[in-house]
Design a protein around this ligand. Structure first.
Ligand code: ADP
Ligand code: ADP
Length: 227
């Protein structure tokens, strides 16, 4: 089964802005797909639907083969890990250890299982637990904050990773490191980005949206060739 399916999705904000106008797409297991489009094209609105933070005006979303609805919301939030563009939207605890533990704790992880998934997530993002567990998140560099936010999502052991502008605001070295790190993660990935080089290098497929509609979907090399 496909981990993520979106069919004819429409969404308008309460003020009437039609942000999504008939989005259809599906991600295969293990695929890395870039989502590209100008500011205001609907990328963030689409991503917020994928783990139920927004609910469709019309259309349907399937996550791990289950129709997303009030009764599958908990499953969907565990299945799809959403990493926000701004890590400060995700980090609000006094220490890195508490920030990374926050999501898995909500899922009911405790004791040794909790400690283990926190350590393992920090290792996956290249932050040595012994050096970072007791640091204060707000004191970290932007690249480190982004990695802590990603670790907090990985600690919930999602099948699909959805990332909003992961390379935004990073210096070239942190950006390269992040790209290597993403390439090593086994999850299915859906990455909204303005960074076309990153889309080309880390995503085999690219979907372009404009004004709430899919305007291109195919191999990144073809889709991004003349952009
Ligand atoms: P980006 O293009 O970097 O993803 P956005 O343009 O989507 O940034 O906007 C960032 C934030 O501002 C989001 O939280 C979004 O919900 C909010 N936002 C964007 N446009 C509007 C709007 N017209 N009215 C209210 N909030 C908005
Ligand atoms: P992107 O992430 O591609 O920049 P968004 O999904 O943030 O695009 O925005 C899509 C459209 O919805 C834009 O016209 C934006 O102004 C509008 N929008 C975004 N958030 C809000 C909001 N909270 N209230 C009203 N309009 C919004």
């Amino acid at each position: 089964i496909e981990p993520l399916v979106v069919e004819d999705l429409y969404y308008s904000y309460p003020d009437g802005t039609a942000a999504l106008r008939g989005i259809t797409l599906a991600l295969g297991a293990g695929e890395n797909v870039a989502l590209v489009g100008p500011n205001g094209s609907g990328k963030s609105t689409l991503l917020l639907h994928l783990n139920g933070l927004l609910l469709p005006g019309r259309g349907r979303i399937e996550v791990g083969g289950k129709l997303l609805s009030a009764s599958t919301l908990e499953f969907a939030r565990r299945f799809v890990g959403l990493v926000f563009q701004n890590p400060e939207d995700q980090l609000f605890m006094p220490t890195v250890a508490e920030d990374v533990a926050f999501g898995p704790q909500n899922l009911g992880f405790k004791g040794e299982k909790l400690r283990e998934c926190v350590r393992s997530a920090l290792e996956q993002v290249g932050l040595e637990p012994a050096r970072f567990l007791q640091r204060q998140s707000f004191n970290l560099s932007i690249g480190e904050k982004k990695r802590v936010a990603l670790a907090g999502v990985l600690a919930m052991e999602p099948e699909v990773l959805v990332l909003d502008e992961p390379s935004a605001g990073l210096d070239p070295r942190s950006r390269r490191r992040l790209m290597r790190l993403l390439a090593e993660l086994p999850q299915t990935k859906f990455v909204a980005t303005h960074d076309l080089d990153m889309a080309l290098e880390t995503c085999t497929r690219t979907i372009i949206i404009d004004r709430g509609q899919v305007v291109a979907d195919g191999p990144s090399g073809n889709i991004l060739a003349d952009r």
